[in-house]
Design a protein around this ligand. Structure first.
Ligand code: FA5
Length: 347
């Protein structure tokens, strides 16, 4: 029996479904499958090419061809779905078959830690907090008045030569010490006052133990009946908590001059390395200089409006880098700031 053109077209369409299934069988990614699908079903695809023949067929035959075309389209969509499902199943099976050793140690996560100077600063604050000190802060860009004038260091005072100052403007400086925080605290709070003020300060200084930017911790206690022996007691306790371990470190005061305290002293701690016997670090003296201190000068109280007939107080200022150097045997102050991880990781 002769096949009619209609039958020929229908069997051509039905063949396309099989050809499509064969074309995607070796493909294992969805993108390639979709491209193949477009080759068959798209406007310029093979199914469309066959359908263009439709116009040549008798009208009565056309619905049968339309049905066949829909059949092919459905078959192609079903073939894609089936193949994708089969691939997903295969992937899941492969995942499940992979052996994972749950007893292996986890890969370490790289973590940082606080900078040595930050650790030391926190430790210092903790020790003073145990004694009831609160933490106070002040700006690093400070007025000349807070940095010098109110601390009894007038413009023509020779003490200004002791601190080579970075001037930002006429009356504005990078603070050369944390002592201006004393002034700001006394202006803001009436006595009793018991604060420490850790912070960064700036001076034109530059060698193995001096840096143009470094940090200090200031202390200030103001109340009725505060005496010099209170200062010695606090600093002796501090020295033993920070350096001592087993205790037994002493504090020595050497008369010195800071315009904002009277009497003023340099504070030395017993060298924690040789415990006072004399070594390279303390240059054979058995003592290490750590900062300045003294009783608050009545002129400073006058500048902030505190009655020096009623209140007395003591203040101290110590170098944080210096203390960290002594505690951790750091030979050059620049090591703190260079950001070399080989150095920083040790602490
Ligand atoms: C002062 O700065 C006073 N304000 C301290 C003070 C406070 C005295 C309260 C009395 C009452 P001095 O200039 O000595 O003092 O500095 C204190 C400490 O800061 C020094 O002992 C040293 O440990 C540290 N220091 C000073 N200059 C530098 C520097 N360039 N680099 C690192 N540390 C420094």
């Amino acid at each position: 029996m002769d096949t009619t053109p209609t039958d020929a077209l229908i069997s051509q369409l039905d063949r396309l479904a099989g050809e499509f299934a064969a074309a995607i069988a070796p493909l294992d990614d969805e993108q390639a499958m979709r491209a193949t699908q477009a080759q068959f079903l798209g406007k310029k695809g093979q199914v469309s090419a066959v359908m263009k023949e439709l116009g040549k067929l008798p009208l009565a035959d056309r619905p049968r061809v339309g049905e066949a075309a829909n059949r092919v389209k459905d078959a192609i969509a079903a073939a894609v779905d089936a193949r994708l499902a089969a691939l997903a199943d295969a992937r899941r099976a492969a995942d499940l078959a992979r052996k994972v050793d749950l007893t292996l140690p986890a890969r370490p996560v790289a973590t940082g830690h606080l900078h040595l100077l930050t650790q030391v600063r926190f430790e210092l604050v903790d020790i003073f907090a145990e004694l009831g000190f609160a933490v106070a802060e002040g700006p690093q860009i400070e007025t000349d008045w807070h940095t010098f004038e109110a601390l009894a260091i007038p413009k023509d005072h020779p003490a200004r030569d002791m601190q080579d100052t970075f001037y930002v403007a006429d009356e504005i400086v990078l603070r050369t010490h944390t002592s201006p925080v004393q002034i700001r605290t006394m202006q803001a709070h009436p006595p009793p006052i018991r604060i420490v003020a850790p912070g960064v300060v700036y001076r034109r200084d530059d060698d193995a133990t001096h840096s143009p930017m470094f940090s200090q911790i200031e202390g200030l206690v103001v109340d009725r009946g505060i005496r010099f022996s209170d200062l010695k007691g606090v600093l002796t306790h501090f020295a033993n908590r920070f350096f001592g371990g087993s205790g037994g470190l002493d504090v020595r005061f050497r008369p010195s001059y800071f315009p904002f305290v009277e009497p003023g002293v340099e504070v030395d701690f017993t060298c924690a390395f040789c415990r006072g016997k004399g070594c390279r670090l303390c240059k054979g003296t058995g003592w290490i200089e750590i900062g300045g201190a003294g009783m608050v000068d009545p002129d400073v109280f006058a500048a902030v409006g505190i009655d020096s007939e009623v209140y007395t107080g003591f203040a101290f200022g110590m170098g944080i880098e210096r203390m960290a150097m002594l505690r951790h045997n750091v030979s050059d102050i620049k090591l703190y700031y260079e950001g070399d991880l080989r150095f920083l990781r040790q602490f």
